[in-house]
Structure formats: structure tokens, C-alpha cells
Design a protein around this ligand. Structure first.
Ligand code: HEC
Length: 302
């Protein structure tokens, strides 16, 4: 196998192994980062929901208090405010779905299902726990990352609509009935708010950034590879070929003794010098031998 081919193969093998290892390592790091980033975004969104709830409870509800006796105004419901904000978030956040789930909700659509009941129970059992993060496959088979926080009744105002039906506005009872979403107590954890994001979103983020990283490495390698191959060809392969060619011609007697160029100061220059010396001694010993033979022949003829 030619020197250049061998060198190229070795360089390519090293590059591909390095590329693979770098790719796997970078993907693992990027995946963790993308996940952290997604969880952070989810936390910001959850806090936005909390802020929206407080805003509704503290500012909107007192303002519309007079009207709520006769008509039901969903705008006075903190949960409604939070959900409306999420419905209006721009496309960038549409993969993030927000939900509030309770053990005994006012709106039956908010009833917690099996795994959510377990999460609520975990928060009830561990009152200091502020957040849980996990993954699960939903009904449609999509693997989702969820970030969830407990909903605790910390304001007395919540109990206006969630303690007993006789305390709740009549308009609310007309819409939601007298059965669901009552009996909640102050400082009780009644449910969870959660954000879910398809895991594929975080994986895509990781894949996208890793792709540009791998492309960058590949282009740097390509540059280095081309430079090395060109230099090796110019500095080693061509001079070696010239030396080999000349020496071969001389050895076959096809050419007069020629001097190799010795201008170079590197190893090949030294080699050329040595070969030149070798050729000189060879020529000298050859001519000595010819002279001796000639003398012998003359002696025999005499
Ligand atoms: C004006 C009455 C009212 C007040 C005050 C109120 N809520 Fe509600 N809450 C409702 C109604 C009505 C719903 C159902 C909204 C819907 O249809 O999604 C609801 C829904 C919820 C939900 C979603 C689960 C469910 O029951 O459907 C949670 C959690 C909740 N409220 C917590 C609170 C907390 C905490 C407070 C105090 C900050 C509060 N609510 C104050 C009326 C009220």
C-alpha cells in the first residue's frame, strides 16, 4: 500500500473514531442542557401562571365583585385567567401544555387521573417538596417531560368559591352545580399545576446544536487533512519518488551518474547527500575495477 494511502487511511480512521466519541459525548451533554433549559422555561411558565392567578384574585375579582352576584364572570376565576394566558401564548410555546388538576375539581375536566393523583399524594405527604420533574408516555404514545408544582390554598379568598356552596356566588352554582370543587381548606394541597413538553422537542434542540458542532469539527478536519496530504506529497512523496526514480535508472545503467539536489536542510536533503556520496564511491570503485580488468587483459595478451 502506498505511503500516502496508508497515511490517509490512518487519518480517516482516527478522525471517524474521534468524531463518533465527540458526537456521543456532545449529544449527552447537549441533551442534559436542552432538558435543563426546557425545565427552566417550564418553571418560568408555571410562575407566570401563579402570577396570573394572584393578579386575578387580588385585582380583577374585587373590581367585579358587584356584578358576580347576578352573572357568572369567568374572568374573576384565578384558574380561568391562568388558562387563558396559556391559550394566548405565541407559537413558540405551543408545545408546552399547561394544566391544573385537582382531586375534587370544580370543572370535571380538571379531575386528576391515576398518575396525577399519585403526584398530588406525594406533595401532600411531603409538604416541603416544591417541584417534581419526570417523564411519561401519554395516551397517544408520546413520551413527555413534565414539571409539576403543588397547588396549595394560601389565600382566604379562594374559599369564597371552594369551601361550601352557600358561600359561593349563586352565578357559580348555576354554572358548576353544588357538588364539585367544594370542601377545600386553607393550607391544604388540593391539586397540581403541570407543564408537559414532548421529549422529542428537547431531543431536537440537542440534535440541532450537535449537528452544527459535528459539521464544524468535520470542516476543521477536512482542512487539516487536505493540508497534511498536500504537504506530505510535496515534501516527502515527490522528492522520494525523484530519488527512487534516479537511483533505479542509475542501477539499471540507463543513465549517467547524476547528482541529486541537496539544497534541502531536512532529512531528505541528508539522504540525497548520502546517496550522492554513495554514488561517487560506487563510480570510483566501478572505474577502479574496470581499470584493473583492463590491466589484467593487457598482461595476459603480452
Ligand atoms: C370566583 C370564584 C372562585 C375563586 C375566588 C377561586 N376559584 Fe378556583 N375555580 C373556580 C371555578 C369556577 C373553577 C373552574 C374553572 C374552569 O371551568 O376551568 C375553578 C378552578 C380552580 C382550579 C382548577 C381545578 C378545578 O377545580 O377545576 C384550581 C386549582 C383552583 N380553582 C384553585 C383556586 C385557588 C387556589 C383560588 C384562590 C387563589 C381560587 N381557585 C379562587 C372558582 C373560583
Amino acid at each position: 500500500m502506498k505511503l500516502q494511502t496508508r497515511l490517509a487511511l490512518i487519518m480517516l480512521a482516527i478522525f471517524f473514531c474521534g468524531w463518533l466519541v465527540a458526537g456521543i459525548a456532545a449529544y449527552a451533554i447537549e441533551n442534559t442542557n436542552a432538558r435543563k433549559d426546557t425545565v427552566h422555561k417550564a418553571e418560568v411558565l408555571l410562575n407566570t401562571a401563579v402570577a396570573a392567578r394572584v393578579y386575578t384574585a387580588e385585582e380583577i375579582r374585587p373590581l367585579l365583585a358587584d356584578r358576580t352576584d347576578n352573572e357568572f364572570l369567568p374572568q374573576t376565576v384565578p384558574s380561568y385567567g391562568a388558562q387563558q394566558i396559556f391559550a394566548r401564548l405565541d407559537e413558540q410555546y405551543q408545545t408546552y401544555t399547561y394544566a391544573e388538576r385537582a382531586l375534587n375539581p370544580t370543572n370535571p375536566k380538571d379531575l386528576a387521573e391515576g398518575w396525577q393523583v399519585e403526584l398530588i399524594q406525594t406533595f401532600i405527604d411531603n409538604p416541603d417538596l416544591k417541584e417534581l420533574i419526570g417523564e411519561r408516555i401519554d395516551r397517544s404514545g408520546i413520551n413527555k417531560l413534565y414539571v409539576t408544582q403543588p397547588i396549595k390554598i394560601t389565600q382566604e379568598g379562594c374559599l369564597d368559591c371552594h369551601s361550601t356552596p352557600d358561600r359561593a356566588p349563586v352565578s357559580l352554582l348555576k354554572t358548576y352545580g353544588e357538588v364539585n370543587g367544594f370542601g377545600w381548606k386553607l393550607n391544604e394541597i388540593i391539586g397540581i399545576r403541570l407543564i408537559s413538553i414532548p421529549v422529542s422537542v428537547t431531543r431536537k434542540l440537542a440534535r440541532d446544536s450537535i449537528l452544527s458542532f459535528l459539521l464544524l469539527i468535520a470542516s476543521i478536519f477536512l482542512l487539516a487533512y487536505t493540508a497534511v496530504i498536500l504537504l506530505v506529497r510535496r515534501w516527502i512523496i515527490y522528492p522520494l519518488n525523484t530519488i527512487a526514480h534516479l537511483v533505479e535508472e542509475v542501477s539499471l545503467g540507463e543513465s549517467e551518474i547524476v547528482h541529486l539536489p541537496t539544497k534541502r536542510s531536512d532529512e531528505l536533503g541528508i539522504l540525497s547527500e548520502s546517496i550522492n556520496r554513495l554514488l561517487i564511491s560506487l563510480t570510483k570503485s566501478l572505474s577502479d575495477r574496470d581499470a584493473a580488468r583492463k590491466r589484467n587483459r593487457l598482461v595476459k595478451q603480452k
